[in-house]
Design a protein around this ligand. Structure first.
Ligand code: ARG
Length: 599
């Protein structure tokens, strides 16, 4: 606020801090007029002998610039002995000629009217408006994540995208951003694949059919008539009907899509995740893609190649970079669009709809090239400003993920298996188990915590091996360990039975032990961890902190007994542990875990 500082310097005896301390709800950096009001109150106090606390709230607006910038009704100051109009004349005369901000006031009956001096105002207000720029309000971010393909398995890649995307959404929301969560469904594929059982069956049958045709051809038979009506060809024709907006085909497809979304929503709810928009490949219109197609032609970005349209990056960008971006197709020979084509239109459409300040794509690193191509095309189309707002958050593979039932990896199956495992573990401690209100629900939460913590333990880019044994263990840095730490704090509070009001009066100077001090040091570091996480965008930044905190917690219990110690000491330690519980729960929620009360 350099312009404000300039102005303050011109006014003897004023400093921003002094102003803010003296006048209620005065924010000169946000509102220049607060500075003027404060200064005028000070001057008028000298002139009238009345305290500023009576003047300041009575400085009013005028009905128009011709009546001045501020006005004071003299009777409001309740000065006895003289008539208000006489006082008005007297004060106007006494008002200093040399005031830097205001001219001498004018009198109309019992009112004093004040006019602001031009030069200092002009020199302050214009740079201020420039500096602030257009009112942006809150910054807006789109996080696109999860994005499964309907009626195909929700595989490990989608799970990782879901976990990481949920975390990033929480992170930005916590930092004050307006977050829009988009699920970009793969919902525009061959509709015969749209039910999973059919998906498996049809694939088997198609392979069999193809083999059959090959055999017959080798035997010299003409199978072209059969091939023209092959399953593959039928599927292609059906999809063509959809893109041609055939009503029946679209109605069928829409039913599958709607049913899939209903199922997804249940699973997402278990993971504490919701979406603001279920978008998807199907939502990109042919019109929008044709428009982009024209733009690409105008800008000579794409070229024809045997009836298809492709982008040869090596011709557009010199050197290695162009080569690395390869030669993606944007229109097939039969005129149909591709995954990349849809992404181009979708990105521009989102910018038009949401005017985002940033957009994150949470997609497996297997699609690094695809996203690099996408962002580069947007830039070549003349939208570098938009491309610069986009970021690909990638991640590695999950290895060795399979379920008891077989090789197909549906997320629900995995979550059920892990929950079963946690339920078995819980049952081993009969005493505790009997006190849990809804053991199955708790087992579900613990199972989900196991999966999520394992996923977030390393850097995103690393591959990891899905390991049911290690992730469900209480030993080591696992989900159950974090949950246990939280539940234990909860139980300490429960047993002590001290109310929040009592805790507020605790004498914290009693906390002198190293472990108490270290816990406080960890807690004080939490805001910086969040700040750093906004730079790394790595869930492990938060997780590493939470494990440091919980390790410090575990080793503190011997030194900091609660139950059985002196009442005042007990209160102080309980106040400490309650604070730790708050920070722990905040951190857990940030990464998407639901802290359990007991287990
Ligand atoms: N549905 C895609 C898949 O499963 C992921 C979509 C990623 N997002 C995007 N805008 N391309 O591979």
């Amino acid at each position: 606020a350099a312009p404000i500082d300039q102005l303050v310097k011109q006014v003897d005896g004023l400093s921003l801090d002094a102003i803010k301390a003296k006048f209620p709800e005065n924010y000169p950096e946000l509102n220049l007029m607060d500075l003027y009001r404060a200064h005028l109150s000070n001057v008028l106090s000298e002139v009238t002998g009345v305290d500023t606390s009576l003047i300041y709230p009575n400085l009013g607006w005028t009905s128009g610039l011709e009546k001045g910038d501020m006005a004071l009704p003299v009777p409001a100051l309740r000065v006895k002995g003289k008539k208000p109009n006489e006082l008005a004349e007297e004060w106007a005369a006494k008002f200093p000629d040399t005031d830097p901000l205001f001219s001498k006031p004018t009198v109309s009956q019992v009112h004093l009217s004040f006019f602001i001096k031009a030069s200092p105002l002009v020199n302050a207000v214009i740079p201020l408006v420039h500096a602030k720029g257009a009112d942006k309000g809150q910054k807006r971010i789109i996080v696109e994540f999860s994005s499964p393909n309907i009626a195909k398995p929700f595989h490990a890649g989608h799970l990782r995208s879901t976990i990481i995307g949920g975390f990033l959404s929480n992170l930005y929301a916590g930092a004050g951003w307006d977050v829009i969560r988009i699920n970009y469904l793969g919902d525009w594929e061959d509709p015969i694949n749209h039910l999973f059982q059919l998906y498996v069956r049809i694939n088997t049958e198609m392979t069999a059919e193809k083999e059959e045709f090959t055999k017959r051809k080798e035997a010299g038979e003409d199978v072209s008539a059969l091939e023209a009506n092959s399953l593959d060809e039928q599927a292609r024709r059906y999809f063509k009907k959809m893109t041609d907006r055939d009503a029946d085909a679209l109605a069928m497809w829409k039913r599958f899509r709607d049913l899939s979304i209903v199922r997804y929503k249940d699973t997402y709810a278990r993971l504490n995740i919701h979406f603001d928009e279920y978008s998807g490949e199907s939502q990109v219109t042919e019109d929008a893609m044709n428009e982009v197609g024209k733009l690409m032609e105008d800008k000579k970005i794409c070229k024809e190649d045997k009836g298809a349209q492709l982008i040869d990056f090596s011709e557009l960008i010199p050197g290695k970079e162009g080569k690395r971006l390869e030669k993606p197709l944007v229109r097939k020979r039969d005129g149909t669009a591709l995954y990349l084509t849809r992404d181009i239109s979708e990105l521009l459409g989102r910018h038009e709809k949401y005017h985002f300040d940033k957009m994150i794509y949470v997609v497996a690193s297997a699609q690094d090239l695809h996203l690099r191509q996408l962002f580069k095309i947007i830039e070549l189309l003349g939208y570098k400003d938009i491309a610069d707002k986009c970021q690909h958050i990638n991640f590695g593979l999950v290895l060795g993920m399979s379920t008891r039932k077989g090789t197909v990896k549906f997320l629900d199956d995995i979550l059920r298996d892990v929950a079963d495992k946690m339920h078995e573990v819980m049952k081993k401690n009969e005493n505790k188990y009997s006190q849990i209100e809804d053991p199955l629900a708790t087992a579900d939460v613990l199972g989900i915590s196991s999966v999520m913590v394992q996923d977030m333990s390393g850097k995103r880019i690393n591959n990891y091996t899905f390991n049911m044994e290690t992730m469900t263990s209480f030993e080591g840095d696992t989900g159950p360990y974090l949950q246990y730490a939280h539940a234990r704090l909860n139980s300490i509070r429960r047993k002590a039975g001290v109310s929040d009001e009592e805790l507020a009066t605790a004498d914290l100077s009693l906390l002198t032990e190293t472990s108490a001090i270290n816990l406080c040091r960890h807690m004080a570091g939490w805001p910086d961890v969040v700040k750093n996480t906004l730079k790394t965008l790595e869930p492990t930044t938060v997780l590493t902190y939470l494990f440091k905190l919980t390790h410090a917690l575990s080793s503190s219990y011997d030194q900091l007994q609660v139950v059985g110690s002196e009442p005042e000491l007990m209160k102080a330690r309980l106040a400490l542990y309650t604070a730790v519980q708050t920070v722990l729960a905040n951190g857990m929620r940030l990464i998407g875990l639901s802290p359990v009360e007991r287990y």
